[in-house]
Write a protein that binds this ligand. Structure first.
Ligand SMILES: Cc1ncc(COP(=O)(O)O)c(C=O)c1O
Length: 453
């Protein structure tokens, strides 16, 4: 159905319905820059409305930068001028904020509720790290959909996944120890292990994720006690490990007496809601779920289910040793929003917008480029004769910040070529669309990678 068939479908003033229909159809990619619109008179006749209403609609669409008039040739869908030359950050995985007004309201109501029901003095003093009973109850509610069974004695609340990862490594490993991981990993893990003097050793994988036979071999050969896993909408490869492979990895952990750290910030983003490996081997895995990618980095909090109550105590002690505690006011707000349901309302909006954006990436990125788009990002191949470096540089010259595979590599011989595009930070779908089109333009440009010759 074309935008004209839909033009009067919604509610509100007719001229705005027409403008909104143009904008909606541009967002789906069906109306592209350069597309010629019917004349105002023809459109008025087709819709059975007054010519002045169509004129008003076109004026408004022009004001919003959606269309441009080219004199006697008529009106055309405008090139995305607002975004051209304007830097677009495709390098940070941040959830899109679909409705800033709703977000403001939610924060205002949540903060008011916290202050109304709490003793202010209690919020203004030191607390034990690891979370209050209310925080742990909120954590249980958050983790239940993923893990089913949540054991409160094994729960720890931390101020973000990065902080939890550092503290787990402090509590379970020593300087110089080996930590196993995928060939490409979340850059925060690279930084943490580097600062702590732990050695990352990549385990070979295939199109289903980390290979359990290789995990067992490397665990025996290296003496590693810990493996880092990020099996859902992996950062950066966007791969979700299928259930069968998860079960095999769980068995490998059990056989090798390995401790897994399952970092699962994108679980909600995967429509299949895959069973965490931690649900298959709960006594061998730290399950880490941060709110940063599902809700907002502004409410950054990680809930950790530990392999045992003793592991939870050790983790809380490690957290205490490096930061003592989180901010009680922020934590109280997080618990309030989780328990009164507003966080879930926001989650729903984030997921809806994120899935529109990944669909846009799947639709717009050229097949030679596209590997996968899930969660908040797409993983792309670098087509010959480009290299990571020339492609990233060329994108930079276009005002696009993207992340090359080298940002995710712990080293080793099996480096993958490619880059990650983060989809959440573009201010609108229209800006994202323009950025993705520019990425495509680069690979089909006749000049090719001339920049660094
Ligand atoms: C896999 C993974 N873990 C953890 C984080 C960071 O989470 P937090 O903000 O809670 O530290 C990220 C952020 O990009 C991530 O991709």
């Amino acid at each position: 159905m074309s935008w004209i068939d839909n033009a009067l479908a919604s509610n509100g003033p007719i001229y705005l319905r027409i403008v909104n229909s143009i904008e909606r159809t541009m967002n789906t990619g069906e109306l592209v820059p350069g597309h010629r619109l019917p004349s105002q008179r023809a459109l008025a006749k087709q819709l059975g409305i007054d010519l002045t209403t169509v004129t008003r609609a076109f004026d408004e669409a022009r004001r919003r930068g959606l269309i441009e008039a080219r004199g006697p040739q008529g009106s055309f869908i405008a090139p995305p001028k607002a975004a051209f030359g304007q830097p677009v950050d495709l390098s940070m995985n941040v959830p899109p904020v679909p409705d800033a007004t709703a977000l403001n309201d939610m924060l205002r109501r949540g903060a008011a509720a916290v202050l109304a029901r709490s003793n202010a003095l209690n919020l203004m003093t030191y607390h034990l790290s690891g979370g209050s009973p209310t925080d742990r109850h909120a954590a249980t509610c958050w983790l239940q959909p993923m893990l089913g069974n949540v054991n409160e004695t094994r729960l720890v609340v931390a101020e973000g996944a990065q902080f939890a990862l550092a503290s787990i490594l402090i509590s379970q490993t020593h300087e110089g120890d080996t930590v196993l991981c995928d060939h490409l990993v979340y850059p925060g893990l690279l930084q943490v292990t580097r600062s702590l003097g732990r050695r990352l050793v990549p385990v070979a994988g295939d199109e289903q994720g980390m290979r359990p036979d290789e995990l067992e071999r490397l665990s025996r050969e290296s003496g590693a006690r810990v493996v880092y896993l990020n099996p859902t909408c992996n950062n950066p490869t966007a791969l979700t490990v299928p259930l069968q492979r998860r079960a095999e990895l769980a068995r490998a952990l059990q056989r090798c007496e390995l401790l897994g750290i399952e970092d699962d910030p994108y679980w909600h983003h995967d429509p299949g809601k895959p069973t965490p490996i931690a649900a298959l081997a709960p006594d061998h895995i730290y399950y880490v779920s941060t709110l940063s990618k599902a809700i907002s980095p502004g409410l950054r909090t990680a809930f950790v289910q530990c392999p045992s109550a003793r592991h939870a105590e050790d983790l809380a002690a490690a957290l205490r040793s490096i930061c003592l505690m989180g901010h009680p006011l922020v934590m109280a707000l997080v618990s309030q929003l989780l328990l009164d349901g507003s966080a879930h309302a926001l989650l729903k909006q984030v997921l809806a917008e994120a899935s529109e954006r990944t669909a846009l990436a799947e639709h717009l990125l050229a097949p030679s480029l596209r590997a996968r788009a899930t969660g908040l990002h797409a993983w792309c191949n670098v087509p010959e004769p480009w290299t990571d470096a020339t492609f990233v540089h060329a994108a930079q010259l276009q005002g696009l910040a993207i992340s090359p595979s080298s940002a995710f590599g712990p080293g080793g011989s099996l480096q993958q070529r490619g880059f990650r595009l983060s989809l959440g930070l573009a201010s609108s779908r229209r800006q994202l669309e323009s950025a993705l089109r520019r990425i495509n333009q680069l690979i089909i440009s006749p000049e090719g990678p001339v920049i660094q010759r």
